[in-house]
Design a protein around this ligand. Structure first.
Ligand code: AHN
Ligand code: ZN
Length: 329
């Protein structure tokens, strides 16, 4: 019979032994505790552009303080919506009125941008976009307006740059970016915690059938030498999310920012998303206990572009992209 097989007869005779040897070495590897089954999943993660994020922070600040019921607030909100639409998101605006602890009725808007809107498994990234109406911790002028470059604009800048990246590279999961309004008109010094976070409280009670696998809140994520600890509610209500984000940050070289230190609980937008909307959400929150919880610039006129550092924006933004693109559908 003519041999039309590419494999020479001698090799063919050896084949069963080669197979045996393979099976044997796999068994040996297994015994030795080596991984023989699943190779590590490798995913291409887009490069977060900190210059771009910085320009979005600057753009928000340039509108002036985004204090509810002012023209700057309306214009800055319109710009967020316009950018999200330009990046191909499905944008929904939730307009509502809310009364502050000191009796002012505010016209507010929560803004939600959906990417990959038909995907069942969804991640929710959030921040607040309003500015506190007074620099209440400013020694010289506690009634003054202030820029809110970190407190407000930094989270907006990071999320808008993430939006730009989401348009360029479709992620495996759905991603929703949520911009809360009315976070910062709250009562300081042991006042009512519910006086803060008016936008997230409204959203959590009026979100319809919206659901997400988990969420991450960004609050004051642009200051030089920022440190983000394990915030108390995040630990209690979304521990697995916290572990995933902090492990990811340290794996890609940002462990200096995302520090493994337990700190107390802060009533922030994530609290209402956890409690009322039942979505596990952590808070990536700037913390400086030596400076009295938040930084010395917090709720003062020092919260301006001078304290914003592109390295911090990069650390936060790149960690978020890594978490998003590594999530399996
Ligand atoms: C409290 O101070 C209790 N919550 C508000 C957190 C905050 C204010 N984040 C930014 N500004
Ligand atoms: Zn604030």
């Amino acid at each position: 019979m003519k041999n039309n097989n590419a494999m020479p007869d001698a090799l063919r005779a050896l084949a069963p032994f080669v197979l045996l040897l393979l099976v044997f070495s796999c068994k040996e590897a297994e015994k030795a505790g080596r991984e023989v089954t699943k190779p590590a999943r490798v995913v291409a993660v887009p490069d977060f552009n900190a210059d771009s994020a910085y320009s979005f922070v600057q753009e928000q600040v340039d509108f002036g303080p985004r204090v509810p019921n002012t023209a700057a607030h309306v214009a800055a909100g319109d710009r967020i919506i316009a950018r999200l639409e330009a990046y191909g998101a499905t944008v929904k605006t939730q307009a509502f009125a809310a009364v502050t602890y000191d009796g002012v009725t505010l016209q507010l808007r929560n803004i939600m941008a959906s990417f990959n809107p038909t995907a069942r498994k969804r991640l929710l990234l959030a921040t607040h976009w309003d500015t506190r109406p007074w620099a209440s911790k400013d020694k010289d002028d506690p009634k003054a307006r202030f820029d809110g470059a970190n407190d407000g604009a930094s989270g907006v800048g990071v999320l808008l740059e993430i939006a730009r990246q989401l348009q360029a590279n479709k992620p495996a999961v759905g991603v929703d970016l949520l911009f809360f309004d009315g976070e910062d008109w709250g009562q300081e010094n042991g006042g009512k915690p519910e006086s803060w976070c008016l936008g997230s409280q409204y959203w959590a009670q009026n979100k319809g059938n919206y659901a997400a696998y988990y969420g991450i809140l960004l609050d004051m994520v642009g200051a030089k030498n920022a440190r983000f600890p394990y915030e108390g509610y995040s630990r209690k209500m979304a521990r697995k999310v916290l572990t995933n984000v902090w492990t990811t940050a340290s794996k890609i070289g940002y462990g200096k920012y995302f520090i493994p230190r337990k700190e107390g609980a802060i009533t922030d937008d994530h609290y209402y998303v956890n409690k009322m909307a039942k979505i596990p959400m952590i808070d990536v929150l700037h913390w400086e206990p030596e400076a009295g919880y938040f930084g010395t610039w917090h709720h003062t006129r020092q919260d301006n572009m001078d304290i914003i550092d592109k390295n911090t924006l990069k650390a936060v933004g790149q960690t978020m992209l890594h978490v998003v693109y590594y999530e399996e559908p």
